[in-house]
Design a protein around this ligand. Structure first.
Ligand code: 13P
Length: 258
């Protein structure tokens, strides 16, 4: 499939970490470290409680804000949930949807992912749709079936223009927080498979424009080889995004990928 230029996207998923003051300290240090970086979309995804403070701390910078989840309804009797208009209001541009931890621990399904994606798009938030297989699924040869299920289930009913506002993050569950990264070849194989799925569901042109991130134990030491793969367009970083220095290093390594 012909490659077109895709701006690399490096996102830090802070998960259940950082108080407000810690979040602001991390953001302030990161902002200074990446101030000169051009040509990479830099995203931080703090917990809900720190979104407002981080939004202030990145004002006027080259860093964008993401939430880690969103609810599918805009408002109403849904105790504990946060909606797309609320995330837009606090300054988010992106929202992570369908992270494997939400699928594993909080009952997220392809259907709920799809509803959340549509809610996000309706409010001009860009969904980062996470897909990925469990170790057991890989070991029993079901990786492609699982990825196909997650990708096609997550994007049901999206127009080409809507799909192009999305980012897909391939995060093999066995590589998350384990220190075990997919090899560059393993990542490339699945990224290429995802692009093929998007070519089938939409068009080759749309598929070639979409950014597909890799996630799972991304660190400064393995970023270059992963980003050197033709279909790896960025990284969704967990642990290594909790320190400004390591996250900034990863961001800078993505510059050459442009
Ligand atoms: P780690 O980088 O800590 O493995 O986490 C990856 C991840 O889940 C990002 O969303």
């Amino acid at each position: 499939m012909e490659r077109t230029m895709r701006t690399p996207i490096i996102a830090g998923n802070w998960k259940l970490n950082k108080t407000i003051s810690e979040a602001v300290a991390l953001t302030t240090a990161l902002r200074a470290s990446v101030a000169d970086v051009n040509g990479v979309e830099i995203i931080v995804a703090p917990p809900f409680t720190a979104l407002a403070a981080v939004s202030d701390a990145i004002a006027g910078s080259n860093i964008c804000l993401s939430a880690q989840d969103v609810y599918s309804e805009d408002s109403g009797a849904f105790t504990g949930e946060v909606s797309a208009p609320m995330l837009k209001d606090v300054g988010c541009d992106y929202v992570i949807i369908g992270h494997s931890e939400r699928r594993q621990y909080f009952g997220e399904t392809n259907e709920s992912v799809n509803q959340k994606v549509k809610a996000a798009l309706a409010h001009d938030l860009k969904p980062i749709i996470c897909v990925g297989e469990l170790l057991e699924e890989r070991e029993t040869g079901r990786t492609e079936a699982v990825i196909e299920d997650h990708v096609t289930g997550g994007i049901v009913g999206l127009s080409a223009a809507e799909l192009l506002s999305c980012v897909i993050a391939y995060e093999p569950v066995w590589a998350i927080g384990t220190g075990k990264t997919a090899t560059p070849d393993q990542a490339q194989e699945v990224h290429n498979f995802i692009r093929g799925l998007l070519a089938k569901s939409h068009s080759v042109e749309t598929a070639s424009q979409l950014c597909i991130q890799y996630g799972g134990s991304v660190k400064p030491e393995n970023t270059a080889e992963l980003m050197a793969q033709p279909d790896v367009d960025g990284a969704l970083v967990g642990g290594a995004s909790l320190e400004a220095e390591s996250f900034a290093q990863i961001v800078k390594m993505a510059v050459s990928r442009q």
